[in-house]
Design a protein around this ligand. Sequence first.
Ligand SMILES: [Zn+2]
Length: 181
Amino acid sequence: MTQNPAKAENKKIDNEWNTKLESVADTEAAEVRTSTIAGTGVFAKRHINRDEVILPLTGLRLHESEISEVNRSLSLLQVEEDEYLMATGTIDDFLNHSCAPNLAFTPDGQSFFALRDIEKDEELCWDYSTCENDGEWSMDCLCGTAACRGKVTGFPNLDAATRKRLLPIAQPYLRRLYDNA
Ligand SMILES: [Zn+2]
């Protein structure tokens, strides 16, 4: 979270992180398992109470100008208008999207907290639209919830009601950009 973008090029980037499940460190509350949604996911190891902070948001912080084509195809999580966290194979990188998530960003944008009580063995998910400001980006959603939007898009392409609902749990830079929009 605190890397100086100017020094990021000196860091070794592991583009195979997503194949190394056995090396992902669990936390006291969550672990990576095979998922029904998308191959792998993160699951609750115990009952989690609403509002509990569950996982920190980690990754290699990169300025837009530092992101190569090969890295762009991997998981990037937007944290500023021109800055991204690139996945490095820690547990938070394996969280899947859901249109009815049980996790969301804390107000400082640096952790995930529980939106509701979560049962042991439930999959932990967050809404990918709450970090993304790219009007071109979308992915088909297979979350299967009643609230499923079908396509996950960047924040600009959400309908007004969804935007309003997600804004309080979005990355701080999105709250700044869209608060009065
Ligand atoms: Zn969905």
